[in-house]
Design a protein around this ligand. Sequence first.
Ligand SMILES: [Zn+2]
Length: 197
Amino acid sequence: MLTAIGDVMRKCYDRGWITTRDGNISLRRTNSNILYITPSGWRKTIIHPEHIVKCKMIDDDIIVPNNQTASGELLMHYLIQRNATKTRAVVHVHATNIVAAMYAGYNLPEIASHFPEIYRYTKVGASVSSLPALSEGLAIETADNLYIKQDGSYEFDIVGQKNHGVCAVGRDPWDAYEHIERLDHICEIVLKSKVIL
Ligand SMILES: [Zn+2]
């Protein structure tokens, strides 16, 4: 599954959803206190398992190995991963059509409700305000809008982050990727329709 992290990054780059050094992915396995996360400042097109940073979640803290630099969005991944009871992947990229739809003023949960190809499989939460990348506010509001339930799972699979990107959760990196792909696709359709809701 660590190989899938690099594969998803390359796919996102090929689709134009990130520039070379953007985007980040984390993975936490069932009953493990290890959080695997993509490194900061590394070309995302050449990520392989040996480049992935292996952090430890201890009590209410996360420990990054001394000689490594984890993604600048580590806090966002930690807040979304800390309550996981089953294997969970978190993918953050800048999916073009989703960001464009938010920029144009569309409400993502509303437009998703018009298309069965997405609402049958992917639940879209309220978009996160326009907040600085890497900020604590972005991390907190993203985790809040995914809305954790009592059983440790999330009410929503994906949320948009205005003027920035998206964050999706899934059973593995490809599952999270599919949520982004579905939402990006219907955003592309809505934008092409030029219908103002
Ligand atoms: Zn970003």
